[in-house]
Design a protein around this ligand. Structure first.
Ligand code: N01
Length: 550
């Protein structure tokens, strides 16, 4: 189904979003014989991988761990081409998923959900939609209303772009592009003077490729990030045989980050109990391996203190070996915050890009952006003339896609009001006051601090098993209790407290969005402990939830 009206508007389950989560949910729910409708704002499936088409966009979890684990048929059908897959590959994979399981007939594209309200007497959700892109105010009339007993928000953690707080953006005379909604036909920067604002993961991936094309690239950096190399390479058939896939997936289940990491004895020892040489050797080993596993070097690395500083010093020293001009290397060196408190970036040739003659780095801490002008960007050092502007300025993460929908629970209470002081959720799966509503990888779950594929599968399995239990036991409504929710929120905060995470100014804590409550949102207790907590709740008949009989 594409944009056509559904045959009926009453469903057992409505799923919002057709990325990894929505596709797997649909597959599982249909296998249970439920009437499901997936509503998707884009005109294709893929979620994150549908929208983020900027040059260099690729995953920072290895491809062989990023494919769904539930289907041998899918494994047979699909081969990854690189260690870290590029966006077109992942989007093609998700389209293959949709085709393999014939999911499209139950997916309604170009449909933006505007509101969802819970009807207490009927134990059903009533959702309103509008056609995507319909911003003239008439959209509500051309939208539709759907009802469902259960509503699952599969809306993604990094899917609501942050509105950049930069004066004069609209006045720019040339084209401007956002990495999070890149033109499908691509952009040719040949011969142009291009400015990129933002040096998080998106900027770090896009900058080297834009630099190869542009006549001149100006990078506007406010905060230098900690960056580890991807060491990307092609994948062979041997790298993704059935046995290899199974081993790596198993290993991911036991790892706090949900990725295949075989710890050595050294990794179990606190960093400062080793000699400086031993510590350095381990950092170097993981640097050569590449990717986010650097964060698993030592058990105390993500706690505030010496181990964290040692890791930071190691990463800073690498910048000086890669960037020829010491003054540029100094600007690219992170300062004033612990490594890990902002999301680590994974790069290919980022630092080397600053050795090119056609690349300039603008240090916004020294010369902040005053405003964008028709001709370029005006900073404290003067105007930088530009032909094109790229915004890699990030997302209203974890809660933005949810609060963008007018979700109202019992008593008509809006979710945005319940979460005004920060998100509160039981296990990142359900919210007190919002019966029969589930969130996939919601705040309070490992989500963005884990391999998203693995965490999505775990959540979808948990939610669909829960729905099967409710059906078998004649239960019409399920709702997280306030008490259980408060205990989980307190536990999540307690686990995070000794770590560097709550200290950082980042999208993890909502500090990147003006006015957003400052709360560390993901669960840092690790994938195995989290899964155990979820399994225990289910095994005990959904303890912590109130169940209402039909
Ligand atoms: O966003 P970000 P992102 N003036 O928030 C700057 C995932 N992801 O899209 O740090 C000037 O990290 C801002 O500066 P500062 C991944 O989890 C994954 O890059 O606020 N600058 C920062 O430099 C990632 O963490 C992959 O001082 C402004 C940048 O914009 C998450 O998505 C690839 C500004 C925003 O960085 C978000 O990454 C891409 C302003 N007014 C993304 N406002 C993979 O590899 C913002 N900035 C899988």
């Amino acid at each position: 189904m594409t944009t056509g009206q559904p045959a009926s508007s009453d469903f057992d389950v409505v799923v919002v979003g057709a990325g990894y989560s929505g596709l797997y949910l649909l597959h599982r729910l249909r296998a249970q014989g439920r009437r499901v409708r997936v509503l998707e704002a884009g005109d294709g499936v893929g979620g994150t991988w549908y929208w983020n088409r900027y040059p260099g966009a690729r995953c920072d979890v290895e491809s062989v761990e990023y494919g769904f684990s539930f289907s041998a048929e899918l494994d047979e059908r699909w081969r990854w081409s690189e260690r870290y897959s590029a966006q077109p590959d992942i989007l093609a994979y998700l389209n293959t998923v949709a085709d393999t399981f014939d999911l499209r007939p139950d997916i309604q594209l170009n449909t933006t959900v505007t509101s969802a309200a819970y009807d207490e007497s009927a134990h059903r959700w009533r959702l309103r939609t509008r056609p995507s892109g319909d911003t003239d105010g008439g959209g509500a009339d051309r939208g539709e209303e759907l009802t469902a007993q259960f509503c699952v928000m599969a809306t993604g953690c990094l899917s609501k772009p942050k509105v950049p707080d930069i004066a004069g953006l609209d006045s720019f005379a040339g084209p401007s592009y956002s990495t999070s909604s890149w033109p499908h036909e691509g952009v040719d920067f040949t011969g142009q003077r291009v400015g990129v604002i933002g040096t998080g993961s998106s900027g770090v991936q896009a900058i080297p490729l834009i630099a190869e094309q542009a006549a001149h690239l100006h990078v506007f950096q406010r905060t230098a990030n900690y960056i580890v190399p991807a060491h990307n390479h092609e994948l062979s058939e041997h790298d993704q045989g059935a046995e290899k896939l199974a081993t790596r997936r198993r290993s991911g289940l036991d790892c706090p980050l949900g990725v295949a990491f075989e710890p050595t004895e050294v990794n179990a020892v606190p960093a400062m109990e080793l000699s400086a040489e031993e510590r350095e050797a381990e950092f170097e080993r993981l640097w050569q391996r590449g990717g986010l596993v650097m964060m698993l070097a030592f058990p105390d690395l993500l706690l505030e203190g010496e181990a964290n500083r040692a890791a930071a010093d190691f990463l800073k020293s690498k910048i000086r070996t890669k960037v020829h001009d010491p003054s540029i290397a100094e600007i690219l060196t992170p300062k004033g915050y612990p490594v890990g408190s902002k999301r680590l970036c994974v790069d290919t040739s980022y630092y080397e890009t600053f050795n090119r003659d056609n690349v300039s780095l603008v240090d916004l801490t020294a010369t902040p952006i005053d405003r964008v002008t028709p001709a370029g960007v005006l900073t404290g050092a003067g105007e930088v003339p530009l032909d094109a502007l790229v915004l890699a300025t990030g997302f209203d993460a974890m809660t933005g896609a949810l609060t963008a929908i007018d979700i109202r629970g019992r008593g008509g209470v809006p979710l945005s009001r319940s979460w005004a002081d920060g998100p509160r959720s039981l296990l990142g799966l359900a919210v007190a006051g919002f019966p029969n509503l589930f969130t996939v990888t919601g705040p309070g779950s490992p989500s963005v601090l884990s391999n998203m594929r693995l965490s999505i599968e775990q959540h979808v399995n948990w939610i669909t098993d829960c729905l099967a239990y409710l059906a078998e036991n004649g239960i019409a409504a399920i709702e997280a209790t306030e008490g259980a929710q408060e205990s989980w929120v307190a536990h999540a905060a307690e686990v995070a407290e000794p770590t560097v995470f709550p200290r950082g100014a980042s999208w993890y804590t909502g500090t990147n969005v003006p006015g957003k409550a400052r709360v560390f949102m993901p669960y840092i207790g690790g994938v195995p402990a989290y899964r155990e907590a979820c399994d225990k709740v289910a095994a005990e008949g959904y303890q912590g939830f109130e169940l209402t009989r039909a």
